[in-house]
Ligand binder design. Structure first.
Ligand code: RB5
Length: 143
C-alpha cells in the first residue's frame, strides 16, 4: 500500500499520480489534501509518516509546491527517509543506496509526464542491500 499526501501546491500532480497508480493496479491510500484550497503541508507529511511507521503503508509519495517543506517535515520522523527527486536517476539511486521509503516531489517543479516516470522508477527499484549502504543508513539514525 502506498501512502499519498500533498498540500494545495501538489494537489494537481497528486491527481495525475493517482491515475498512474490506478492504471498500474497499485493500491494506495490518499491522506489528503482534497482540493486546491490553501492548507499546511506538515499535516499531510505527518499523516503519511505515521502510516508508514505504523505499518499501514510500505512507502509514501508526498507532493507540495517545491517538495521541500513536505520532505523536511517527513524527515523529522526517525525511520522515514524521504527523498526529494526531480529526475529518474535520483529516484533510482535513492532506492538503491538510501532505501528511501518516501518520494517527495514539487508540483510546481516537475511536469506530470516526468513525475509519473519518477514514481515508476521509485516504486520499481529495490534497495541494493549492500553492506556499505546498510551501514550508512544505520548511521542516519544516530546523532
Ligand atoms: C505553498 O505555497 C508552498 O509553500 C508549499 O507547497 C511548499 O512549496 C513548501 O515547501
Amino acid at each position: 500500500m502506498i501512502a499519498l499526501g500533498c498540500d494545495h501546491g501538489g494537489y494537481e500532480l497528486k491527481q495525475e499520480i493517482k491515475k498512474y497508480l490506478d492504471d498500474s493496479h497499485i493500491a494506495y491510500k490518499d491522506f489528503g489534501c482534497d482540493s486546491m484550497e490553501a492548507t499546511d503541508y506538515p499535516i499531510y507529511a505527518k499523516r503519511v509518516a505515521h502510516a508508514i511507521l505504523d505499518g499501514e503503508c510500505e512507502k509514501g509519495i508526498l507532493i507540495c509546491g517545491t517538495g521541500i517543506g513536505i520532505s523536511i517535515t517527513a524527515n523529522k520522523f526517525p525511520g522515514i527517509r524521504a527523498a526529494l527527486c526531480s529526475d529518474c536517476f535520483s529516484a533510482e539511486a535513492t532506492r538503491l543506496h538510501n532505501d528511501a521509503n518516501v518520494l517527495a516531489m514539487g508540483g510546481r517543479v516537475v511536469g506530470a509526464g516526468l513525475a509519473v516516470k519518477i514514481v515508476d522508477t521509485f516504486l520499481n527499484t529495490e534497495f541494493s542491500g549492500e553492506e556499505r549502504h546498510k551501514n550508512r543508513i544505520a548511521q542516519i539514525e544516530t546523532e
